[in-house]
Design a protein around this ligand. Structure first.
Ligand code: CP
Ligand code: NVA
Length: 311
């Protein structure tokens, strides 16, 4: 994970993990889920995580808070609007916030819009910073998604084909980073004008990752073992939903689209979902859907991450 000058480790992006570190973290998460941490249940006793939220959350907030509790630590929820970060032009700087919080807490998780904010917290603070979603990336989601994929297809990822259908958003960007690190094939079907981040695509290309960008959902899903989608309008884009619904109409994950995937293919969605928009009810509520395991796995992977960063 990215070391800063004080060698503090962070998870701002999945790229902060080497392939080996990512494999070890997922292995630790599998152990935690199986309950094989008996005898060392409270590695974070006396430790505190501060959690800054500039956006809504159900899973991220609850899984981090429960995770800290399970590990013997404590979590403080900090809605930005109720701190001095949320006072408009009178706001305290992110740099000072980082310096001050570092005197109280052992780690900071932040969910925000601008990816520069967690980067600034990491630069100016002295404790580990975890990206709990920015407009650019959602690395904790990918840790859970990768664990869910391992549960279906084994730990190796070799020969695996993943399809992303819909918006080229923060979760899609993190899937591209995961494909670069782990070497599986990733095909993204995204409408023109909604492509993933250009720099992240270029970085994937530079690592010779098997990442393919298409505009045809059928082409992306053919032969896939994993089919993923997400909302057509991420947090902060809701006003644009009307226009997006028209653009994204043929990108809905339906039973007919799933029929193009491998017979054993699973369906993933980070949630919250919008049935009848990005996914049909029959798919998300059907036998191939792993969305609730995926949501549960947020807890297990984040506990593994918290032990890695804070213990
Ligand atoms: N998937 C996810 O991050 O969910 P929340 O927005 O509820 O945290
Ligand atoms: N892409 C979605 C993910 C929500 C967990 C968003 O950013 O709103």
């Amino acid at each position: 994970m990215t070391p800063n000058t004080s060698r503090t480790r962070h998870l701002l992006s999945l790229r902060d993990l080497s392939r080996r570190e990512l494999a070890a973290l997922l292995k630790r998460a599998r152990g935690l889920k199986a309950g094989s941490n008996r005898g060392r249940e409270f590695p974070l006793a006396g430790k505190t995580l501060g959690m800054i939220f500039r956006k809504h959350s159900t899973r991220t907030r609850v899984s981090f808070e429960v995770g800290m509790f399970h590990l013997g630590g404590h979590a403080i929820v900090l809605p930005a609007a109720e701190t001095h970060l949320g006072r408009g032009e009178h706001s305290e700087s992110v740099a000072d916030t980082a310096r001050v919080l570092s005197r109280y807490v052992d780690g900071i998780m932040i969910r925000t819009f601008d990816h520069a904010e967690p980067e600034a917290l990491a630069r100016h603070g002295s404790v580990p910073v975890i990206n709990g979603l920015t407009d650019l990336l959602h690395p904790c989601q990918l840790l859970a998604d990768l664990l869910t994929v391992q549960e279906a297809f084994g730990a190796g990822f070799s020969g695996l084909r993943v399809a992303w259908v819909g918006d080229g958003n923060n979760v899609a960007n993190s899937w591209i980073e995961a494909a670069s690190i782990l070497g599986f094939e990733l095909s993204l079907a995204v409408p023109r004008g909604y492509a993933p981040d250009a720099r992240i695509l270029q970085e994937a290309e530079a690592t010779a990752a098997a990442v393919q960008l298409l505009e045809d959902p059928v082409g992306a899903v053919e032969g896939a073992h994993v089919v993923c989608t997400d909302t057509w309008a991420s947090m902060g884009e809701e006003e644009d939903l009307g226009a997006r619904v028209r653009v994204f109409e043929r990108f809905q994950v339906t039973e007919a689209l799933m029929a193009q995937a491998e017979p054993e293919a699973i369906f993933l969605h980070c949630l919250p979902a919008h049935r009848g928009q990005e996914v049909a009810d029959e798919v998300i509520d059907g036998p191939r859907s792993r969305v609730l395991d995926e949501a549960e796995n947020r807890l297990h992977v984040q506990k593994a991450l918290l032990i890695e960063l804070l213990a």
